[in-house]
Design a protein around this ligand. Structure first.
Ligand SMILES: Cc1cc2nc3c(=O)[nH]c(=O)nc-3n(C[C@H](O)[C@H](O)[C@H](O)COP(=O)(O)O)c2cc1C
Length: 193
């Protein structure tokens, strides 16, 4: 059985991003994956300080929740990473996660993990694609394998609309693209493992 981790990049642990990541994970479970969700909004995370100790040792010199998060993503076969759109890009919480993952990059410890992205903005064209592109950059730089949301949508991943908490539950496109994304990530992870 493959393991797929969902990462919620919102400070709101019960907001729209959490809803869509949970939606994607349910879909991954339906095709046989085991799943786990990580909420960065309730994690203790510091930004990278460019001490470069990870370049010498492969370990991060900051001791917070990122150590455990890195263990979990290394053990998983795939990742579904979600962020609200903040000024056309990812949240600070998700960017801290991205930058702090540098210790894993030295020996490409995320190589060949399957990854997919989803984003939620208050507007339909509020920057979901640029936010997803930032997450895709993270996956590419780690030598992971990126999937989109497959047929019948076949684009970049989950793209949701919503402002207040709960509003994305009315967003059929956000739900369908997130479901498709979860299925694609789990199916490809199973195929290559
Ligand atoms: C600081 C900030 C910046 C935002 N910038 C954008 C934006 O550029 N485009 C957009 O469509 N929505 C923007 N939003 C709205 C959020 O993306 C939207 O409310 C989203 O559903 C929040 O997800 P969450 O419920 O998971 O926190 C912004 C919200 C905040 C707090």
């Amino acid at each position: 059985m493959v393991k797929i981790i969902g990462i919620v990049g919102s400070p709101r642990t019960d907001g729209n991003t959490a809803f869509l990541v949970e939606t994607a994970l349910k879909s991954a479970e339906e095709v046989g994956a085991e799943t786990e969700i990580i909420n960065l909004g309730s994690a203790s995370l510091e930004p990278c300080v460019a001490c470069d100790i990870c370049k010498a040792t492969g370990e991060c010199a900051i001791y917070d929740d990122m150590g455990e998060i890195m263990e979990k993503i290394m053990e998983a076969d795939g990742m579904i990473i979600g962020s609200p759109v903040y000024f056309g890009s990812v949240t600070s919480q998700l960017k801290m996660f991205i930058d702090r993952s540098r210790p894993l990059r030295g020996s490409f410890r995320l190589r060949n993990k399957v990854g997919g992205a989803l984003a939620v903005g208050a507007s339909r064209n509020g920057g979901q694609e640029s936010t997803i592109a930032t997450i895709h950059d993270f996956l590419l730089i780690h030598d992971a394998i990126i999937v989109g949301d497959g047929a019948p949508m076949a684009h970049y991943g989950g793209t949701g609309v919503g402002g207040p908490k709960g509003s994305t539950e009315q967003d059929d496109v956000g739900i369908a693209t997130s479901q498709n994304l979860g299925k694609r990530v789990a199916e490809l992870a199973a195929l290559i493992n």
